[in-house]
Write a protein that binds this ligand. Structure first.
Ligand SMILES: Nc1nc2c(ncn2[C@@H]2O[C@H](COP(=O)(O)OP(=O)(O)OP(=O)(O)O)[C@@H](O)[C@H]2O)c(=O)[nH]1
Ligand SMILES: [Mg+2]
Length: 608
């Protein structure tokens, strides 16, 4: 069958390392394509529509939108740049023929630039390189372009791929140009470039309808929605279709057809091949399934993405305070919610364990896990979670563990402490560049295990000025045990409310996580002990009252102010026999075994 193209459409993904300006560029594309009235107030980073995306200023899930440019419809996918959400980029690339690879004109290609470009090249996606943020004082566009060429060569791009078009941009101001000294005040050169260089979608002439499901949505009125690119054929409303999934074939009827128009959806009567369709009338559909015409059911290759690298145990909340702050506590609810997450989130997997109250969640990293937990707690869930663990592999008799390439950019003064900490974590330095500017760039290979919990420490060690990026390098023989936290925990030995007097007396023992008036229970961790063992303490101890009026000095117990632990800090803090209790209102690190006597018995069993 002959291949033909649909010249009215272009499908484009925007890919880059974190913060290189993808979502900001999409804002400007909206403005300049006439999607908004002149002077209309629109919020920055419009595509970051999820609550957590707005709060953190990062993109978490890849999202579709579209613009019209000189009569061509451009479907755009804004993708996240953080490595933990790499699965989203892999998913997005199944819908497009081209990608804009944004590279910061000062930072140059970074680990995630490499990852997303590798995926795009494997997918045979046409890449347009945009050197962005050329307005930065420290911009070095020519050098960065050379680094991009090196990256293409390193990734074994073929001649056609290396011959990519280059643009220079100030995405935030909506300016793009084809050379540094060209004159341009708009994105016109880039948008023209998208239409000229990205191939129009191709499909088989006269082939029946076929679409690959790449995303799922939900509408209160229409129920489950399947989103994906129409690979071949057309479909009209109410035509009988089938869904070819991993577990067999299911019949369905397209009750409503929609496409993206700007950031919203618009209903249409019939859709053409090459466009991105939002289909209602689907129920039991998964990402990766093929939806096609009932008369000729033929599956497209399934979406395959990289395996998860990190796992974490999710338990029901068994603390004495369970059920007081959240709406959903039961294990059935927890399981159902986690399974629902795997439907949309292609890089997450959930497994049952021997314990009916515990589920193993596998994903790409700590951030992905903490975003999931934070989302669940806002929905009203209570749960507890264990420490993230990396997923090792076995090859014959040998145990292999994931190793990451870590790129550090920091003041040369901090190199000492950083290399010391990383070598404790079995990292090896492989490269060191000193530009003579006072900042150095170092490259290490570190077991992923060693990086868990290290990022915060790194920020403290470099006084918040260091930049750490990492990417999975591959699997290597296990490098042996790592030192865990060198300090112990201060563990409450009874239930009650914390009292200032007791906390004041505990302050010399370490760093406290709670202030006065906080509900505690036996086994909850109220602070970090400054010795290498746990210490059971009574945070509820009142001052003995005497008849003699105490001197004023004694009355004023001035406590050092404490900041409650954030979810991320708590997860990084806990060790193997500890978990974090998460409710909509509180984050409490606690011992997995709450009773002190039971803990002692368990400890004896391990070390006789
Ligand atoms: N100097 C300068 N800063 C820019 C430009 N474009 C974006 N920024 C800034 O870069 C930061 C990150 O922008 P985003 O658009 O959120 O980056 P992103 O690539 O979408 O980030 P993730 O989705 O989290 O990977 C913001 O603070 C922007 O204001 C630019 O052209 N010049
Ligand atoms: Mg973004």
């Amino acid at each position: 069958m002959q291949l033909v193209t649909n010249p009215k459409i272009r499908n484009l993904a925007i890919i880059a390392h974190v913060d290189h300006g993808k979502t900001t560029l999409v804002d400007q594309m909206f403005r300049q394509s006439g999607l908004f009235r002149e002077n209309q107030e629109i919020r920055d980073r419009l595509m970051d529509s999820m609550e957590l995306e707005k709060e953190r200023g990062i993109t978490i899930s890849a999202k579709n939108c579209s613009i019209e440019w000189k009569g061509t419809k451009i479907n755009i996918l804004d993708t996240p740049g953080h490595a933990d959400f790499g699965g989203e980029v892999e998913r997005a690339l199944t819908m497009v023929d081209g990608a804009i690879l944004l590279v910061d004109a000062s930072e140059g290609p970074l680990p995630q630039t490499r990852f997303v470009l590798k995926k795009a090249l494997e997918n045979r996606t046409q890449v347009l390189v945009v050197i962005n943020k050329i307005d930065r004082q420290d911009a070095r566009p020519d050098e960065v372009l050379n680094e991009v060429y090196d990256l293409f060569i390193d990734l074994e791009a073929d001649d056609g791929q290396i011959d990519f078009p280059v643009f220079y941009a100030v995405g935030r101001e909506g300016i793009a140009k084809t050379s540094l000294d060209a004159d341009s005040n708009t994105l016109e050169p880039l948008l023209d470039g998208v239409v000229d260089h990205i191939p129009a979608p191709r499909f088989k002439e006269d082939a029946p309808f076929q679409m690959l499901v790449a995303d799922l949505g939900y509408s209160e009125f229409l129920g489950r929605l399947a989103v994906g690119r129409v690979m071949n054929g057309q479909v009209q409303r109410n035509e009988p279709l089938v869904c070819l999934g991993e577990e067999g074939t299911k019949a369905l009827r397209a009750t409503k057809l929609q496409v993206y128009r700007g950031t919203s959806m618009a209903e249409i009567g019939e859709i053409e091949a090459g466009d991105i369709l939002i289909l209602a009338g689907v129920e039991d559909v998964h990402i990766g399934d093929t939806i096609c015409h009932a008369d000729s059911p033929k599956a497209l290759p399934r979406l395959r993405i990289d395996e998860p690298t990190v796992s974490m145990r999710f338990f029901t909340n068994t603390s004495p305070l369970s059920g007081q702050e959240g709406k959903f506590v039961q294990s059935t609810k927890l399981r159902e919610r986690l399974l629902r997450e795997t439907m949309r989130n292609v890089s997450l997997q959930v497994e049952d364990t021997d314990d009916a109250e515990c589920f193993l969640v596998k994903g790409r990293g700590e951030l992905q896990m903490s975003i999931l937990i934070e989302t669940m707690r806002r929905e009203g869930f209570e749960l507890s979670v264990g420490r993230p663990e990396v997923i090792c592999r076995r090859e014959g008799t040998q145990l292999l563990e994931p190793i990451e390439e870590v790129y550090i950019d920091c003041d040369e003064d901090f190199l000492g402490i950083v290399s010391e900490k990383l070598s404790l974590r079995k990292g090896r330095m492989v490269n060191l560049v000193n530009h003579g500017t006072g900042r150095i760039r170092a490259q290490f290979q570190v077991p992923s295990r060693g990086l868990i919990g290290y990022r915060n420490e790194f920020l403290t060690d470099t006084r918040g000025t260091g930049i750490l990026n990492s990417m999975l390098l591959g699997y290597e023989p296990h490098r042996g045990a790592l030192p865990t936290r060198l300090t112990g925990s201060l563990v409450a030995d009874r239930s009650g409310k914390s009292v200032a007097y007791a906390l004041f007396n505990l302050e010399p023992r370490g760093r406290l996580f709670i202030g006065p008036g906080i509900e505690v229970y036996e086994g909850v961790i109220i602070g970090e002990h400054n010795r290498n063992s746990d210490l059971n303490v009574n945070p509820c101890k009142e001052k003995k009252l005497t008849n003699v009026r105490a001197s004023g000095k004694d009355e004023n117990t001035v406590l050092t102010p404490v900041l409650p632990l954030t979810l991320e800090q708590a997860i990084e803090f806990i060790v193997d026999d500890e978990v974090v209790e998460v409710t909509p209102k509180s984050i409490r690190p606690r011992k997995a075994i709450l009773s002190n006597s039971a803990r002692q018995i368990a400890a004896k069993r391990i070390t006789p």
